[in-house]
Write a protein that binds this ligand. Structure first.
Ligand code: HXC
Length: 510
């Protein structure tokens, strides 16, 4: 009997060695952890249960029949994060560069299907060279099988991708269809075609880092939702994110008892908005002062910084926060900000996470760059996302809510449930200066008359009371009592029921 047990132990040890000591050392030398080390850091200690440790590829060509490594370049299974089940797959770069064979793909599909069945998040850790070149079409078929599961699981279970090494070709499209992508700075990159192909096709010379490094995707393209310093930080932050999310669309996000009194007053908020309406202030200060224990997990913090998105808790319950940032481009809505926020709102709605919207927006960004880029369609995405969302929606206008952007930012008219304004709010078609220049064009050459008209317009419209008199604002609240009012608003909405008319699916302006 003992020799049978010994044989199992031997096989396990061999599988755990992946591509061998030499390649593990090379992985470490690049500042990267191995597939198994990453899983150990991601999951609760000792909670990992591995599947398919002994799976091998079935290719024969190019001498592959003699080159089999148990596990075939990906470690899969499940474990827990703070006690809650998650499924994982972690590409093992030490085995054929983590490249994807038919057998390797089948292992990933197995955990994707298990996760969907039991209703648990899937987390993929990427570090791979794309399609297994020796396998050909079986590899392409495997990718498509993974993509299919990504799509079927979208909106059913949270899907998270962490890019921790190369990620090219077939490997990029699976993360692209997941809910969140995080990257590790300096050691990871993502692109459809690498620098060599770019050089051949477009004659452009570009490095891996400049083409698809973490900074490029977290700041410029918006493909990545965050960039972290190293493997350890990325994995710790994924654990933090998972804590905010429900396990599936059938469950609620976990609530966490907080020592932060939901009625806590913040006198400093009474002076947050500067007297001069053109002066910026930091909307993040408001967020941190009203959420539980100032704990805010920001999504896409480096991209389209004119809008802030992220998760927090209020009175122990997860909320998604969307907030204009007056400190960047005066908080204007442009293409990037609209896309970023629309995707976030849709995630929250799909997973029943209530949405808090903090508004200080001067409108949509003017200009040919924006119009040629399709601002109309991109702005409409955010409008569409807010309008279709049926989760509890609480909105607070701190200062400007001008024009179409007023409508878009979770207004009463888009089924905002509870809409508050601070006394500093200005809800109008546009700012006073622009307004009088249009409607009193005859006074254009008379600055004194214009100034007089501007003052009149301001007195009439630069306040929340016109909107409040129509019932478009439910109440004008004291800034220092904001946390209490918002906490009570969300509490009152916990039993909200609202559904949209039956349809196969909508046709959001993509
Ligand atoms: C098989 C691969 C491989 C691949 C790497 N390896 N990529 N084996 N198929 N795609 C192997 C190498 O032979 C090597 O084996 C080991 O992995 C490490 O690779 P290195 O090149 O030594 O590492 P490094 O210098 O760090 O470069 C990493 C890399 C490079 C940038 C990823 O390996 C690379 O360019 N690979 C090819 C990428 C590619 O073109 N993939 C196909 C994309 S097309 P040994 O034995 O020496 O350790 C695609 C289409 C799918 O994905 C479309 C579906 C929709």
């Amino acid at each position: 009997m003992q020799h049978i047990l010994d044989e199992l132990a031997r096989r396990r040890a061999q599988a755990k060695l992946g591509g061998g000591e030499r390649r593990i050392a090379a992985q470490h030398a690049k500042g990267k952890l191995t597939a198994r080390e990453r899983i150990d850091l991601l999951l609760d200690e000792g909670s990992f249960e591995e599947f398919d440790m002994f799976v091998e590829h079935r290719a024969h060509e190019f001498g592959m029949a003699d080159q089999k490594v148990p596990g075939d370049g990906v470690v899969t299974g499940w474990g827990t994060i703070n006690g809650r089940t998650v499924y994982v797959f972690s590409k093992d770069f030490t085995v054929f560069g983590g490249s994807l064979s038919g057998a390797h793909a089948a292992k990933i599909v197995k955990v994707q299907r298990m996760a969907a069945k039991v209703g648990a998040p899937v987390i993929g850790l990427f570090d791979a060279g794309g399609a297994r070149i020796q396998e050909g079409v079986d590899s392409l078929a495997g990718y498509a099988d993974i993509f299919m599961e990504n799509v079927l699981s979208s909106g059913v279970i949270p899907q998270i991708s962490v890019i921790m090494g190369p990620c090219a070709g077939g490997d990029v499209y699976s993360p692209a269809m997941t809910d969140f992508i995080f990257m590790v700075k300096d050691t990871s990159y993502m692109y459809v075609t690498g620098p060599d192909v770019v050089k051949t096709v477009t004659n452009e010379t570009v490095t891996h880092e400049d083409l698809g490094g973490a900074r490029v995707h977290a700041q410029k393209s918006g493909v990545a939702d965050g960039a972290f310093e190293n493997d350890l930080e990325a994995l710790v932050q994924v654990r933090r994110l998972v804590d905010f999310l429900p396990s599936s669309n059938r469950e609620e996000a976990p609530s966490r008892e907080s020592f932060d009194d939901p009625s806590r007053e913040e006198p400093s908020l009474d002076t947050l908005v500067p007297a001069n309406p053109n002066k910026p202030y930091d909307m993040k200060e408001l967020i941190l002062k009203i959420v539980d224990e100032a704990d805010f997990f920001e999504i896409s913090s480096e991209y389209a910084k004119n809008i802030i998105t992220g998760f927090a808790r209020i009175d122990g319950e997860t909320v998604g926060v969307v907030a204009n940032q007056p400190q960047v481009l005066a908080g204007v809505l442009d293409i990037d900000a609209s896309r970023k926020a629309a995707r976030f709102v849709r995630f929250c709605d799909a997973f029943s996470i209530p949405i808090l919207t903090l508004v200080d927006v001067p409108g949509f960004m003017p200009g040919t760059k924006q119009e040629y880029g399709g601002l109309i369609k991109h702005g409409a995405k955010l409008l569409f996302a807010y309008a279709e969302a049926t989760v509890p929606k609480v909105t607070l206008i701190t200062r400007k809510a001008y024009g179409g952007a007023y409508d878009v930012m979770s207004s009463k008219h888009l089924r905002g449930d509870i809409n508050y304004a601070w006394p500093t709010a200005e809800i109008a078609v546009m700012g006073a200066k622009g307004a009088v220049e249009i409607i009193f064009r005859a006074d254009a050459k008379n600055p004194e008359a214009l100034a007089q008209r501007e003052a009149e317009y301001k007195a009439q419209f630069a306040n929340p009371f016109v909107a409040a008199s129509r019932g478009y604002i439910d109440d004008v609240i004291m800034p220092h009592g904001t946390r209490r009012r918002i906490a009570r608003a969300f509490k009152s909405l916990r039993t909200k029921e609202l559904s949209n008319p039956w349809k196969k699916h909508d046709n959001i302006p993509l």
